[in-house]
Design a protein around this ligand. Structure first.
Ligand code: NAG
Ligand code: NAG
Ligand code: NAG
Ligand code: NAG
Length: 439
């Protein structure tokens, strides 16, 4: 490139930059006025990237470990070295901590199983144990998630399966902590299916380590997750199809999660309408103008949210499995008929797709249950959340005016359905026949 072209390029970039700043200031003024009228402050990210387009990737930092705490980067290096040395005869000389979900034994749902990930990583690192994950119920975890290339390899070698499946199972958080610290031969292989109301967050945050330079659990959860998991190809494809269907891109929407029939048999239509509108009012305060993604356990809430969006002139989308009535409820990982041979791995895909759709949000208004809260931990901005159920009184907050928004579009471009320029997810690690799952 000649220096003339370079300087033309520099000028062009400078010019585009000034446009962006001018437009940003215009947007800021509009938005500040809205704020002064309605009080609550939306998240900063929402102001900086109003309906910005082009970000297609869930996690595309080139250095996947760069956002992890130092102690975890060190543990990752140690772990990789340790598992590379394992073989069928020497593995018993190592100490392990295994997160399990085994047929015929106690297991929890998806949240119970994987939300304590930061707890287990820290516990394994502080007790010098090799952390692995092994599921046989409903099927192997590798049907749904795999370690990403360059990430954390938690897969179990075939020769360890019998020992894991018959190991004593510890489920109490204090028991898991105590036994993990034990160096006796009886606890060499510690299998756990821990049931903790806070998923280990309290212990994680109360026990900072040297090199805990990246903050509390909520600040690192997203990075730990994407270092540990990437969806398998069929699930990644479904997630991509959902984004295309909804016309939103990861990180460029705010989510409302509405559990209308949680811990109750049913709620009246009136109550669901009121609950849904309130949830939408709350999410509008986080990211005025949307777009909004709504997820719920009842179709009624989806219909109400979409109608409310039309009245308010904002985009409200839901995933395609909410588009037909008589939709089969997604199967629960723990509560299904385990002797029914017609149940297939793909019958559980929806739970993972839903998790990634919620977990790719910029902001979230969540209600009851820990699933919506999990979406907030996985999302792009863990400070951009509000609890709409038994939370604050929310008031609908309009986005920027049409002209300001049009101006934004001119500068940042519009969301398009062009194929992504970068892949949505990281490539999974390659398969080797030593692993306990088949390809
Ligand atoms: C397993 O690894 C040890 C070294 O740790 C080595 O001596 C042994 O030969 C290996 N066994 C097999 C079956 O590869
Ligand atoms: C393990 O034991 C040591 C020494 O008693 C203690 O300092 C440490 O906090 C324990 N770790 C855990 C995870 O309980
Ligand atoms: C909704 O948007 C349209 C087109 O921009 C506009 O004509 C209409 O007045 C808006 N309605 C409300 C209620 O803001
Ligand atoms: C579970 O599936 C088996 C096999 O299809 C069937 O015989 C049994 O009745 C089912 N149990 C329940 C509770 O649905």
């Amino acid at each position: 490139m000649t220096s003339l072209q370079q300087s033309a390029n520099t000028r062009l970039r400078w010019f585009i930059g000034s446009l962006a700043i001018a437009s940003f200031l215009g947007y800021w003024q509009v938005n500040t006025r809205v704020l002064q009228q309605t009080g609550p402050e939306p998240c900063k990210e929402a102001i900086i990237h109003p309906a910005a387009a082009g970000v297609r990737t869930v996690e595309h930092d080139d250095a996947i470990a760069a956002h992890l705490p130092e102690w975890l980067q060190e543990y990752g290096t140690w772990h990789q070295e340790a598992i590379s040395q394992l073989n069928a005869t020497n593995w018993r000389s190592q100490r392990f901590l295994v997160m399990t979900a085994i047929r015929g034994r106690r297991t929890g749902g998806l949240t119970d199983r994987l939300k304590p990930l930061p707890f287990f990583l820290k516990l394994a690192a502080t007790t010098n144990r090799i952390l692995l994950i092994y599921w046989s119920k409903p099927f192997t975890l590798e049907q749904y998630l795999l370690p990403p290339e360059g990430g954390f390899d938690w897969r179990v070698p075939r020769y360890m399966v019998d020992a894991i499946a018959t190991a004593k199972l510890e489920t109490r958080p204090e028991g898991v902590r105590r036994l993990a610290n034990d160096t006796g031969s009886g606890t060499m292989l510690l299998a756990t299916q821990m049931q903790a109301h806070d998923y280990g967050e309290g212990w994680y945050d109360d026990n900072p380590l040297d090199g805990d330079n990246t903050g509390s659990r909520k600040d690192v959860f997203r990075h730990m997750w994407h270092w540990t998991f990437t969806p398998t190809p069929p699930i990644a494809q479904r997630i991509q199809e959902e984004f295309d269907y909804m016309g939103v891109t990861p990180g460029n929407y705010a989510a409302a999660h509405i559990r209308a029939v949680y811990a109750v048999k049913e709620r009246s239509d009136d109550t669901i309408v009121r609950m849904t509108k309130h949830a939408m009012d709350c999410v509008s305060m986080l990211r005025p103008g949307g777009p909004f993604f709504v997820a719920s356990d009842t179709d009624k809430a989806i219909t109400v949210a979409k109608a409310y969006g039309r009245i308010k002139n904002v985009t409200v989308v839901a995933s395609s499995n909410h588009n037909h009535n008589n939709r089969k409820d997604p199967l629960h990982l723990d509560m299904y008929n385990t002797t029914d041979p017609s149940i297939m791995p793909e019958d559980f895909y929806d739970a993972f797709v839903d998790l990634y759709l919620l977990g790719s949000t910029r902001c979230i208004a969540h209600g009851q249950g820990s699933f919506g809260h999990w979406g907030y931990l996985l999302g792009y901005d863990p400070s951009c959340e509000i609890r709409h159920f038994k939370g604050p009184q929310c008031a609908w907050t309009d986005g920027p005016t049409a002209t300001a928004q049009e101006q934004q579009m001119r500068v940042f471009g519009v969301a398009s359905k062009e194929p992504p320029s970068r892949p949505l997810f990281r490539q999974p690690m390659s398969y080797d026949s030593i692993y306990a799952y088949r390809h």
